[in-house]
Design a protein around this ligand. Structure first.
Ligand code: DQA
Length: 143
């Protein structure tokens, strides 16, 4: 589970878009879901684009898939897009808010095409559904 910039500020961000959960509480819900699905999960959060790129590159050796909320980098980062394309393990894009129903720049996702699916606009459910989708995909398609 990789979370990008400002997701460490959950609980302080606009509840209309991001709900009231803190990142710790969100991670607890995701861990619970991972336990139900019988998979191990590791959590990282960084505000730095380069760190996200490095995490994506490094994790390819240790994990079967990545759940990614790249935050604002979603809309701007060719470096993150390239990293996802290069690692050849499945990445699911998630967003708490509905990026298609907000400011025009948020509708652009540079990473959309290189991710196997996108879950957006369902607050913590975006993450939980995204994780379930990723695990099923890995299991059924032997990725
Ligand atoms: C976000 C949506 C992005 O547009 C925004 O920059 C974020 C969070 C979301 O989870 O809704 O930081 O990825």
């Amino acid at each position: 589970m990789l979370n990008g910039p400002n997701l460490n500020m959950l609980g302080h961000r606009d509840p209309v878009y991001y709900g009231r959960l803190t990142l710790d509480k969100l991670n607890k819900l995701i861990r619970q879901k991972a336990q139900e699905l019988n998979v191990d999960i590791k959590f990282y959060q960084t505000n730095h684009e380069g760190n996200l790129v490095t995490l994506i590159q490094r994790q390819r050796k240790y994990v079967d898939g990545i759940l990614l909320n790249a935050g604002a980098y979603t809309h701007t980062s060719i470096a993150i897009r390239d990293a996802i394309e290069l690692i050849k393990i499945p990445v699911v894009e998630v967003h708490l808010s509905d990026i298609n129903a907000r400011e025009p720049f948020r509708r652009v996702s540079l990473i959309h095409d290189v991710c196997i699916a996108t879950f957006s606009g369902e607050k913590e459910q975006s993450y939980l559904k995204g994780l379930e989708f990723l695990v099923n995909k890995i299991r059924t398609e032997n990725l």
